[in-house]
Design a protein around this ligand. Structure first.
Ligand SMILES: Nc1nc2c(ncn2[C@@H]2O[C@H](COP(=O)(O)OP(=O)(O)OP(=O)(O)O)[C@@H](O)[C@H]2O)c(=O)[nH]1
Ligand SMILES: [Mg+2]
Length: 431
């Protein structure tokens, strides 16, 4: 692998006594790593709440300045979102740019964004974040990393009010412009969605914390059951590998079909500007018939991760939908798998028996209202035959003197819709 040049940075965190402090600091390390920043030292202060002007107390800030000098760190990264004045005041003492967790996450998202929609959403979120932080050194860093060009940074610190006002106006114009473009992109996405919705297949969405294995599970399912598009999605051992929702059609051995979507992963303290930006990306999740929450079972912090996932979903406005929880990566633990209790599964994405169990559970949930029925469709109703071929699990087709005899598993809605052609009472529900 090519050597990526890393930059030495110092992370700082406020320990307010919350249980997940160590974990969130470890995660900050991972976020730094994902941004080619090497953490050379971590400075912690135990305080109930941040100091309004400087985040840390003044003694600690001086200590931090000395550590920056000693280590040659080129940046300080805070575990929380800082106010614009906290960033400015800290930078004045430590003499290197100060970035906060939000800025870091934005930079990663910006590097990862592939589709036009994701790029615009991230840029919008970055600009909104920068707006009040125009005159910090870190803002210039973010400019460079996200490719936005609002200016700011040390170069503009001495700038007069007129220049500042100009910068603000340039930024606001950019924001308006992106909003406009996003509307166009959303319109196109909306058309695609409508096309998919016309197909009226059940929607299943994989959701959960970043790096839990959503895309790996998606690929395992596509490989076995993918229809038309058997294109794999990207899997990587890094935070936020997936930023765009991918939707694929699956067809099982009994001809039942559904749409499966892979969505962006979550992380604790996900910036609100990004949550807002990704609402449309998570449309599939919000409109799913079933959510499959994927959890890294091998992580000690899986409970925190699940809480964060559910909180973020609520923040985005995803309603309480039927959900199964998939505890993945069981191969890295001592637990036996695959294993099911109720709506909880313990699996490994790389294990065939695990994928079979997952498919059984998904089918049980999604197709529970299906009934088996036999229809005799007159030959002049070709559209009904093609509808059933597209939407139902056709078990048998025969041609009789008066029409096509089709035995199929259909939704209760379709059962009533085509009741005119029914030749047999509904049997028991499927499975
Ligand atoms: N050992 C093991 N590794 C797994 C398993 N499932 C996924 N992984 C690995 O975990 C890493 C993350 O997997 P992804 O599928 O990219 O995770 P994701 O949930 O899509 O992550 P984001 O796209 O960042 O939200 C990859 O290195 C996978 O190979 C599993 O069951 N066992
Ligand atoms: Mg992924």
């Amino acid at each position: 692998m090519a050597e990526i040049e890393t930059e030495p940075v110092i992370t700082i965190g406020l320990n307010t006594g919350e249980t997940d402090y160590d974990y969130s600091m470890a995660e900050l390390d991972a976020l730094c790593e994902a941004n080619a920043l090497a953490v050379v030292e971590t400075v912690t202060q135990n305080l109930n709440r941040p100091v309004a002007a400087t985040y840390f107390g003044s003694g600690k800030v001086d200590e931090l300045a000395t550590i920056v000098l000693d280590t040659g760190a080129t940046m300080v990264v805070a575990n929380d979102e800082l106010t614009p004045s906290q960033i400015r005041n800290l930078e004045a003492v430590v003499k290197v740019p100060v970035m906060d967790r939000t800025g870091l996450i934005l930079a990663i998202f910006s590097n990862r964004a592939q589709s036009r929609e994701a790029k615009l959403q991230v840029e919008l979120a970055s600009l909104q974040y920068q707006m009040p932080r125009l005159h910090t050194a870190a803002s210039q860093r973010l400019d460079q990393q996200t490719g936005t060009s609002a200016g700011g940074g040390f170069t503009n610190r001495g700038a007069g009010e007129g220049q500042r006002e100009l910068n603000r106006r340039v930024l606001q114009r950019q924001i308006n412009h992106i909003r406009h473009e996003l509307k166009d992109v959303n319109k196109a996405a909306e058309t695609k969605r409508q096309q998919r919705e016309r197909v009226q297949l059940p929607n299943v969405a994989l959701i959960g914390y970043t790096n839990a294995g959503k895309s790996t599970i998606m690929n395992a399912l596509i490989k076995r059951f993918g229809v038309n598009e058997d294109k794999q999605v990207m899997v990587k051992n890094m935070l936020f590998a997936t930023l765009d929702t991918s939707v694929r059609q699956l067809q099982f051995d009994d001809a039942k079909k559904l749409l499966l979507s892979d969505t962006v992963g979550f992380v604790s303290k996900l910036p609100t500007t990004l949550v807002e930006a990704f609402k449309s990306t998570l449309y599939e999740a919000a409109n799913a018939d079933l959510l499959v929450q994927v959890v890294d079972y091998s992580s000690d912090n899986r409970d925190d991760m699940m809480t964060t996932t559910m909180d973020t979903l609520h923040e985005i406005g995803v309603p309480d939908l039927p959900m199964v929880t998939v505890f993945n990566k069981a191969d890295l633990t001592e637990t036996d798998y695959p294993f099911r209790t109720g709506d909880d599964l313990i699996i490994s994405a790389n294990d065939e028996a695990s994928i079979n169990l997952l498919v059984d559970v998904i089918k049980e949930k999604v197709f529970k209202d299906y009934v088996t029925a036999t229809f005799l469709v007159p030959f002049d109703k070709g559209d009904v035959v093609s509808y059933l071929n597209d939407h139902a699990s056709v078990l048998a087709t025969e041609y009789e003197a008066t029409g096509t005899l089709i035995k199929a598993e259909v939704t209760t809605i379709d059962f009533h819709r085509f009741s005119d052609y029914l030749v047999e009472d509904r049997d028991s529900a499927n499975n």
